[in-house]
Design a protein around this ligand. Structure first.
Ligand SMILES: [Zn+2]
Length: 312
């Protein structure tokens, strides 16, 4: 069957690379449709939900270039990157037109702001036809991060099972269930589409090693989904963290972390503090659970509501 996504289309056995129009806007995002020669599942992959998370974006660009219809059973749609305005503006978390975080705006709004229109386009043109969804992130511009994968617990038992199994095949040590519903993968799961959000990389940097790790994980999951030929395999140790607790800043000021990504912490242990511009401590933060630090803000500058730490 011909694959049609908005203004783009690909016949069976064809790969189409072009720009997908975001509804009711002049924003266009680079998108690759790969319509496989055999029947199978439809997989949607987005890189760059956040504009400053480069390993996922570069992995999506390379996968879009390298995957070929002759090797595919089913269909693969890759957006690389999704949040072009945020990418070009070199912004962390938010888009430049409305200051909104795309991963908090699902399912989106056709008549809303630019970020809400991007979310709406993903929900209605991509999630709507997907059998599986992968959202490739990376530590943002000011995030020091230990790689992890989050899968949604908001789907049916079957959707959640597939999401968790696939997450465990990304070659990333820590996986974690989530009940957040305004992010892309959670919104998809609520609509019956299994998938996950992966995180590799940190602090606005990227390397070929991280991109290679990302691509190997995605290809392993595509084998699990039988979209690519071959057997998927466990890549390294996997630890299921059960839940993730994030702490946000409660005051503006300067952030001093006591911990590094990947470090184990105990409930009640101080993980950092915020001082004013005169060096006086104005707020202290402790770990809400026993666990491992998944990310911590690496910036000295911190604003109210900024994420400062996540513990899994
Ligand atoms: Zn992100």
């Amino acid at each position: 069957m011909k694959l049609v996504i908005g203004n783009l289309e690909a016949e069976i056995g064809q790969k189409t690379q072009g720009y997908l129009n975001i509804v009711n806007s002049d924003i266009k995002v680079p998108c690759t449709l790969i319509n496989g020669i055999k029947d199978g599942k439809t997989v949607v992959i987005t890189g760059g939900t956040h504009g400053g998370e480069y390993p996922g974006i570069e992995a999506a660009i390379q996968l879009a270039k390298e995957l070929m219809p002759n090797d595919v059973s089913g269909k693969i749609i890759i957006v690389h990157p999704l949040n072009v305005p945020a990418f070009q503006a070199k912004l962390q978390y938010v888009g430049p037109y409305d200051g909104k975080n795309l991963n908090r705006e699902y399912p989106g709004l056709a008549t809303g702001t630019v970020t809400q229109k991007i979310a709406y386009t993903v929900t209605n043109q991509l999630h709507s036809i997907a059998d599986f969804y992968m959202d490739l992130h990376g530590g943002d511009l000011h995030e020091s991060l230990e790689p992890f994968v989050i899968y949604s617990k908001l789907g049916t038992d079957l959707v959640n099972k597939i999401s968790k199994e696939a997450a465990s095949l990304m070659g990333i040590k820590y996986i974690c269930g989530s009940v957040s519903d305004n992010g892309s993968f959670g919104s998809a799961a609520k609509n019956g589409v299994p998938g996950f959000l992966a995180e590799i990389g940190q602090c606005g940097l990227w390397s070929e090693d991280e991109v290679s790790q990302y691509k190997a994980g995605v290809i392993n999951v595509l084998k699990y989904l039988q979209v690519l030929e071959g057997m998927s395999e466990q890549i390294g140790e996997v630890i299921d963290l059960e839940k993730m607790n994030g702490l946000n800043a409660t005051v503006d000021g300067c952030w001093y972390s006591n911990v590094i990504a990947g470090q184990k912490v105990s409930k009640g242990e101080q993980v950092g503090e915020i001082r004013d511009y005169f060096g006086n401590v104005i707020e202290k933060y402790v770990s809400p659970i026993n666990g491992v630090i998944l990310y911590t803000a690496s910036s000295l500058a911190i604003n109210v509501n900024d994420p400062i730490i996540a513990v899994g």
